[in-house]
Every structure is written in C-alpha cells, then in structure tokens.
Ligand binder design. Sequence first.
Ligand code: FPP
Length: 246
Amino acid sequence: MALFKKKQSFAPVPGAMPRHIGIIMDGNGRWAKKRGLPRVAGHREGAENFKRIAEYLLDLNIEYSTFYAFSTENWKRPQDEVENIMSLLVDYLHEWMTMQKEKNMRLHFIGDRSAFSPQIQSLMAEVEEKSAHYQNHLNLALNYGSRSELVKACNELLSEGNRNISEDDLSAHLYTAGQPEVDLIIRTGGEKRLSNFLLWQSAYAELYFTDRLWPDMKKQDIDDALAFFAHRERRFGAIIQESGKR
Ligand code: FPP
C-alpha cells in the first residue's frame, strides 16, 4: 500500500517532508535492453514516467522538484539517440500547452538553452511564461552541468565588477536562484554518484540511491525515498541538542 495517498491529509512531521527534491533519471537504456528494445524505447518510457512522477510530486505538494533530463555530456551520445530525446522534449512541451491547467506547476528549464534549436528555445520560453503563475515549481535540467553553472555564475559576478563574493551572491546567479536548497536527491539505475547535478544546491541533501531503472520507478518507490528522508537526522554540520533543536 502506498505510504502517501494522493492529496493526503496526514499531518507531516515538521521538517520531515523535503521542500526540494532532485531526481537523476538513470537506466532508460538498460530498461530497453532488458526487453530487447532499442534505447530510444527506454527514453520514451522514461519520458512517460517523468510525467507520472512529476504529477505525483505535485499531488504530494512537494514545492520544488528538479529532474535531470539531459546533461552537458549527453551530446556525446549517438546522433539518433540525441535526436530522439529532443523529439521527446518537443512532444512534452507541446503536450504541456494543452494540459497546463491540470498540471498546475511552474516550469523552469535550467541549463544552457542556447544549444537547443530555435523551435525548442521558443517553446521553452512559452511554457515558462504560461506557467509563471503556478505555485509549485518543476525544474527540468536540460543541457545542464553543475560545474558550468558555477563558472557561469562566477563570470556573471566578475562582469558585474564584484571583487569579493558571498555564498548568497553565488546562489543568486545559479539557474535555481531564489529556490530553496535541495533536501533530497534520488538517483535510479544503481549508480551512486551525482554526475555533475546540483552540486552546490545539494551540499546538505540526503542521498537516496535505488537499483530501480527509471522507467520502472513507481509512486511506491518515491514513498520509500520519502520515508528514508523522514528518518534521517539532518544536522547541517551542527550537533543535535537534547531538545532536538540545532
Ligand atoms: C539516462 O538513462 C537518461 C537520460 C540520459 C535521458 C533521460 C531522458 C528522459 C527521461 C526522457 C526525456 C524526457 C523529457 C521530457 C525530455 P541512460 O540512457 O543513461 O540509461 P542507461 O544507463 O541504462 O544506459
């Protein structure tokens, strides 16, 4: 039985629900291979699952979620695979336009979008504009790499004439400016690494790794990750006093 039901009415333990979840969607290729299908079939199913899980996080009222869909390194994949992921992206953007009322989330495309076709860039801008009034935020990381994001932020600060910069200055120049830090990172597909994803923003995040391949990731698996998170003792480098307060 699912731990959290849609539109659940349980009173969450304060601090037990993450405000911001990052998800590394890994394992599409292996999911397809296991079924004797081409890798693109895995990405298609992965894209469908992205929509299901994004909606579930919205049902759970998770305020911010960030999904890693395409990294700065993913361009090195075979051209037909890259083209296929781009066409899944276009399909999603078009689909979002027709379903925006139901989806009820504010989309942000994080990453260097200048590498995308003018058609994709203009769809991204349209979706961001049309969703700007929604409350819950969904970041879709596309052509995203944390290191290049940090370098971009530093260069912007330098070009503004800064000589000394604070952590807040740097945070304010990231794609996630104004958003809370990541509380929980979930990675599917069995690897235990961050792969250049939200390195700054997840400095104190809890890390949850599962062998589940992304297309197989179910709501129950999200519940399991949330239960794991709820049982973590988050100290942020401090010591927990007897009262439980930092
Ligand atoms: C990692 O699995 C997945 C990717 C690099 C692409 C992720 C893309 C999607 C989930 C679909 C895109 C969705 C939208 C809406 C654009 P992998 O291919 O590295 O899997 P493997 O490790 O098993 O080979």
